[in-house]
Ligand binder design. Sequence first.
Ligand code: PEP
Ligand code: MG
Length: 870
Amino acid sequence: MPKYVYGFTEGNKDLKDLLGGKGANLAEMTNIGLPVPPGFTITTEACRHYLRHGAMPGGLEEEVGEYLAALEARMGKRLGQADDPLLVSVRSGARFSMPGMMETVLNIGLNDDSVLGLAKQSGNDRFAWDSYRRLIQMFGRTVLGIDGESFEDAMDDLKGDRDDTELETADLQRLVETFKGIVRTRAGRDFPADPREQMDLAVRAVFESWNAPRAVLYRRQERIPAGLGTAVNVVAMVFGNMGPDSGTGVAFTRDPGSGRRGVYGDYLRDAQGEDVVAGIRNTVPLQELETINPEAYHELLGIMATLERHYRDLCDVEFTIERGRLWMLQTRVGKRTAEAAFRIATQLVDEGLIDMDEAVTRVTGDQLAHLMFPRFAATGGGHRLTTGMNASPGAAAGRAVFSSERAVEVAGRGEAVILVRRETNPDDLAGMIAAHGVLTSRGGKTSHAAVVARGMGKTCVCGAEELEVDPHARRFTAPGGVVVNEGDLISIDGSTGAVYLGEVPVTASPVARYFESGLVEDELVRAVDRVMTHADAVRRLEVRANADTPEDAARARRFGALGVGLCRTEHMFLGERRRLVEDLILAPGGKERQVALDALEPLQTADFAGIFGAMRGLPVTIRLIDPPLHEFLPDLTDLAVRVAVAGERAGDRDRRLLVAVRRLHEQNPMLGLRGVRLGLAIPGLFAMQVRAIAAAARQVEGARAEIMIPLVGAVQELEIVREEATGILAEAGVEAAIGTMIEVPRAALTAGQIAGAADFFSFGTNDLTQMTWGFSRDDVESAFFGRYLDLGVFGVSPFESIDRDGVGRLMRIAAEEGRRARPGLKLGICGEHGGDPDSVHFCHEIGLDYVSCSPFRVPVARLEAGRAAL
Ligand code: PEP
Ligand code: MG
């Protein structure tokens, strides 16, 4: 039988899979001698067993019993002992942090007898009864599934205008009876008096909370696998609610917003557990603890320094002070903003804690992309309403909405929204995901809103206390009596905390400017520059860009692209040139067709020369025309109506066009006459393009052309085009590699043959995904992908991130068989996936030579290619 329970002295920080993050780190802190209340962890394996079978694994009850007995022996008191009770907390803790998504129950072990013992031992009746009412409330909500409002309403009725700290013992005793009554009527059972039963039920509830809707949603958003399960930590209670010399707090070893060194955190006197994160009362900055309790404050700073050195990273901690004595309840490597991630990574290098290789792995492409987002212009637009806390950077403008549901609804119509709440809780998750930004009037930088928004890379301003938020009336009131109603436009600046009425214009970020100009403007940009330089030095994958114009090509080059991996030539046939293409299509025979092609050729030559000029010295892969011809013709219905209305007077051209449109109409154009099929069906079309490429290459010094044939499924197709192209190039005296895209499954499966006629392969993963799954790339995302994501058919759209098992397998086959047939065959990717971090790692793994993505994603791909190599 596996071991399902670990004491804190038995675990360590590397056992996160088994003990969850919280359990592993509690063990680690215990082992390095920090003051952690004793306890034990029930493993994620037990949770997985429970979720699979709906029952606890055999032997678990006894094992928990042994660890509980050891804990009781150590503490010198038994769980729920009437005259001096041991109380415990039962806390969730998964492999990956899921703030507030799962359950926790505190004060387990209290009942009508032990509450008296606790009162006697603590000499504090009020505290004992407050702890008891908290237990029934949390237990009722979490374990028995009673909605929290029933308890809150009862408490509000009792409080009247008073603060919760002003409730007296007699009030709390009455509240306990009321709460027990609520349990009886709402759950149809009595609140269990037996301490062990309380504990066992709480453990079960924590396991079940793994599948609570908000936890499922959070996992999907954060791409956390659904099968991991959570561990449960049973920890001896220490109390922050024992009076003014007690309290609880959250702290960071550096500012998680900016990465700056200093003391960052929130402290709440005479409070327990989640009071801080829930934003129930306003906290004080951690520095004030120095006045309240200098000894505990300095001890805490010492511990935080130890933790940073030990984990070699920014840590966040939760602590409690019980009657002046400090206890550590949690630590973990802390979430941080993108800006802080880059700053901290390079600071730690300078402090000698990590090397540059490690610094590169400490930041992500998504964080870099976030830093490239525009910010608000320093001056201009918008009336400043107030300033809150800068909880998560970026600039966001949108319509104010006051509930999670409305956020989802309005955002669903394609409108940008800002979710405005007094404070958020885990039930607001869907709204936070849907919103462009989050604004709260209460809570500090460690509040739920701040932590979750930072994790999502979403702009957030929190604790804007001057705003009076009225969620029922769907409005807030700002200083000066300005009222903002649902639907009004507001803007929030997550870097400064400013809140504006109206839509404020935005400007480029310094990081985007750096990629444009190379200018290192400030410390953040210097950190980005150091990380990028190192990523470039270690990466094996080359990064190119998909660019169809000289401007895009030039930008991509500034952003660090080492070539164009895909120049789509079809846009060059639009606009004024559409008429020439119509002529080409309408041409009845060879001569007229040639006239049309001759007219297009110089235009194409100029297009290519422009791109070669922008990319002088670097390779440019030009893909011959791909989309179906009907895309260049008028819409069938419009044209038919035009011809019908004109009747006898309809022009000859329109009539001929109508015939052509009818002739070319396809039920399934994506699987029809496009790509190489078009090149073979219209003689002279590809030849014209190749002649234009050759002519442009001769005009531009340093041009390096590569010619790419789309949609090939059989080597014969490629051989025919190749032969013609080779002849044209030889005649022009121009050298160019000729390769193919791999975007039809058959091409991947016959890659060994195709390599015989190709100098390079470039994976067109947009079409390859479309044809492997049989999903129309143009329609499918709206039709049923949401449902598929909900059902867990896939965790992320296969059009966004490469489906490793299916599409990825075809890529592997093609890469291996292609290289076997032609050693040194150059391999790249030019589908949208080329700029997706996970897909870049996959391309590295299967040995591609380059990825090609849109110019703005080039820095992201460079960084991820570096990370993949480490
Ligand atoms: C592809 O299919 O992945 C590709 C790059 O070509 P397009 O998107 O132009 O079809
Ligand atoms: Mg394609």
